[in-house]
Every structure is written in C-alpha cells, then in structure tokens.
Design a protein around this ligand. Structure first.
Ligand code: RFL
Ligand code: PHB
Length: 392
C-alpha cells in the first residue's frame, strides 16, 4: 500500500524547545505546520535539561503567547556568584547589563507550556513518530518520511525545519560536500542532580575548585539543581548519594542541605557547529546545528534565537514570496551562534580543572578570575554575554 501523504507549509522535525517555539510563532502568523516527535509526550515533558533563560528568550515566550506561567513561577535573577580561592564574588548582572536579567525556568516547563498551547489550538503534533527520511530538498516540495502508529507516512511541505537535536537525522540530510563541521570535545563531563532540597543560595554559584568545577542552581525554592565536573567516562554507579553531596560540600565550600535525589545524569561537554544551517528547503535550528558546553547556559537560548531569525524569514516568505530572509538565515544565525560558542568555551576554560594544565596555566586561570571579578570592564563582559547578546 502506498504511504498516506500529509501536506503542510512547514514540516517541523522535533518537539524540543526549537521545534515547538517555531510552530507556535508560525501559528500566530497564520502559517501551518506539522510537528513530528520521535519520543512520547511524557518523555519530552520530563526530560531534565537546561534551566536558565536569557532576558530576550523570556520575551520570546511572552510574544508567542506562552509566557504566563513562566512569569508567575520563574525565578528572576539579577546576579550570579563566581567562587574561587575560598572567596565568593558577585557579578551584578542587571546593573552591568543595562537593566536586563535572567530567569530560572526549567526547559521541561518551557516544553510543557508550548505543547499545551499547541494541543489547545488543535494543531498537529505527532508523538512517537520517528522521522527516517528527508527528501527532495532541492525542490519546492521537500518531504519527510516518518513512522507512526505502525505505518509509514510521508509529509510533503514547502519548507522543512530540522529541529531534531544533536542526534537527529536533519544534519545528515545536508549534502556532505557543502558542510563544514567545527568541534571541540572537552576532557571532562558534568554529573548533574536534581534534588528535593532548598537551593544553596538565592543566586547561582559557579565554583572553580582545585578538585574541579561545581555549579549550584535551582528550579524552585524547594528544588535544587547541582552539577559537578567529572571524568568523561565516569560511571554513575561509582557515585552513591553521600559521595555526590560530600564532593559538592567541598567544591562549593558549604554544608549543603541534603535531600532525596530525584534525577541524576552525566552530560559530556562539547562545542560543535555545522555550517551552513541551510541546504535548499531544509533549515537546521537548535542543537541539530550547534552544541555548547552548558557552562554559559546558552543551549536553549541559542535554539530560541535561531527561531527568531527563521520565523521572521518564513513569515516574509509565505506572505510576500520574498526569499531574502531565507537566503541570509544561515549567515545571520551563525554570527550569533559563534559569539555564544565563544562565551561558552571561554567560561568552560576559565572555570574547569584541566588535568593537563601546568602550575603556570592554573595560575593564569586564577589571575584571570581575580582580574575579571575586580574590574568593572571584566564583570561587564560576563554580564552582557550571560543575560544574552541581542537576538539580531
Ligand atoms: P532538543 O531539545 O534535543 O529537541 C530535539 C527533539 O527532536 C527529537 N528527535 C526526533 N524527532 C523525530 N524524528 C527523529 N528522527 C528525531 N530525532 C530526534 C528528540 O526526541 C527531541 O525531542 O533540541 P532543541 O529543540 O534544539 O533544544 C536545544 C536544547 O534542548 C539544548 O540546547 C539544551 O538542553 C542543552 N543542554 C543544556 N543546556 C543548558 O543551557 N544547560 C543545561 O544544563 C543543559 N543540560 C543539555 C543538558 C542537553 C542535553 N542533551 C542534549 C543530551 C543536558 C543534556 C543531557
Ligand atoms: C541549570 O539550572 O540547569 C543550569 C544553570 C546554569 C548553567 C547550566 C545549567 O550554566
């Protein structure tokens, strides 16, 4: 039997933050889309990942009509703390970055809000639907083949948005001879936990300790999110709860309030950019095109920034037929991507323990931290990148 064919304007692969926000913005502009997601709804809504939203990312949620719960439950932060050499140094983000701030609101809450909005509007979103083929991207009718409910389907569209994350199929559908990949894999990973315990402090604490980096974040006044630098091949089974808490106490120099660990995982750290972000009618966005180490809290925010550029180009295309925004999408998005890549790489290099470093290099790290936290110019460079560079 031939596969049933569906038809839409924008076929979106992936119901992560990038794909869902794109669908939402397009819907509000009267543009049809179909979202195809490999995992179940419960799975994507419970996947614990990023937690920190830039000033403009929050505004994107509001502009898309999904900012209400974020504004009610999100925790607005006006500063962060850098800890090294036994002392804490506060960076007053808002004072140094023109009144802008960041908001702690879990990625899975963002995803829940966007899914709820899409389903309430009755817009097509297929869960448990694995895209397995992308075709005809050099024509005006590109296609996505996907498997759902025991049958193969074909989605025919005007445009395909590849928002299927780092392990999706979209990037591989780009012609290999036009792609260039830039990558750095760091010699460490993060062990992250979500625990039922009050946060360490009311602001995030980034600690550079001789034993390695640690980060104290949060999700609510009762839930804390904590990370420890660990080996890239670390085995979670070697980290019973007491070892995790003891190590956090040492690196964060405090006696943390302990509580049940609700979730734990190991994330390798990597910088990655695929250029260009477009081939014919296929456009990549979010983790499908680029990855940052989480030290600068940029992953989710970069995905949102791509949506800002692509959605404006698509609205112009479907309203007037102009392709100028689509033609410049990759170049425009990549300019900002590279600046966020730079900040994430720099924060990672500044704050982590590198076993290969000589004592001289470790002293350089400490001197740089000392300079940054005692110079207004130094703190301003952290602040303006951390709250987020302009979307365009
Ligand atoms: P996502 O969120 O990965 O969403 C992609 C979606 O596509 C689906 N998919 C497919 N669907 C259909 N067919 C296929 N063939 C498909 N292949 C994949 C996937 O199931 C998924 O639902 O990408 P998006 O939207 O670009 O969003 C990017 C952010 O998720 C990401 O940048 C951040 O979460 C990165 N990240 C972190 N960033 C931070 O700033 N702070 C963090 O603490 C942090 N922790 C993390 C992270 C990423 C992780 N990954 C990717 C494994 C922790 C982890 C574990
Ligand atoms: C988080 O809360 O998960 C988080 C916050 C800041 C980061 C990374 C992760 O830099």
């Amino acid at each position: 039997m031939p596969a049933p064919t569906l038809r839409t304007q924008v076929g979106i692969i992936g119901a992560g933050p990038a794909g869902l926000l794109l669908g939402q913005v397009l819907a509000r502009a009267g543009i049809e889309s179909v979202v195809i997601e490999a995992q179940s709804r419960a799975y994507v809504e419970s996947r614990v990942r990023a937690g920190l939203m830039e000033h403009d990312a929050c505004q994107q949620m509001r502009d898309a009509g999904v900012g209400e719960r974020m504004d009610r439950e999100g925790l607005v932060h006006h500063g962060i703390v850098l800890r090294f050499g036994g002392t804490s140094h506060r960076i007053p983000l808002t004072d140094l970055a023109g009144g802008r701030h960041v908001t702690v609101y879990g990625q899975q809450e963002v995803v829940k809000d966007l899914i709820a909005a899409r389903l309430a509007d009755g817009l097509p979103l297929f869960f448990d639907a694995q895209a397995h083929a992308i075709g005809a991207i050099d024509t005006a009718r590109p296609t996505v083949g996907f498997h759902h409910d025991g049958a193969d389907h074909v989605l025919e569209c005007d445009i395909i948005a590849g928002a299927d994350g780092f392990h999706g199929i979209s990037r591989d559908a780009m012609p290999a001879d036009m792609m260039r990949v830039f990558e750095r894999v760091y010699p460490f990973a993060w062990l992250g936990i979500l625990a039922e315990a009050p946060p360490v402090s009311h602001e995030l604490v980034y600690a550079s300790h001789d034993r390695g980096f640690a980060l104290a974040s949060m999700r609510s006044p009762k839930i804390t999110r904590l990370y420890l630098q660990c080996a890239p091949d670390e085995n979670l089974a070697d980290w019973p709860d007491t070892r995790i808490w003891d190590e956090l106490d040492t690196r964060l120099a405090g006696k943390l309030t302990r509580g049940p660990i609700l979730q734990r995982g190991i994330t390798p750290l990597r910088s990655f950019v695929a250029e260009p972000m477009r081939a014919g009618r296929l456009f990549l966005l979010g983790d499908a095109a680029h990855i940052v180490p989480p030290t600068g809290a940029k992953g989710l925010n970069l995905a949102f920034a791509d949506v800002h550029v692509l959605s404006a180009a698509l609205v112009a295309f479907f309203r007037t037929g102009t392709t100028s925004g689509l033609d410049s999408y990759s170049e425009t998005a990549l300019r900002r991507v590279w600046k966020a890549e730079r900040f994430s790489w720099w924060m990672t290099t500044l704050l982590h323990r590198f076993d290969a470093y000589s004592p001289f290099e470790r002293r350089m790290q400490q001197a740089e931290l000392d300079y940054l936290t005692t110079s207004r110019a130094g703190m301003t460079t952290i602040a303006e990148n951390y709250v987020g560079l302009p979307l365009l």
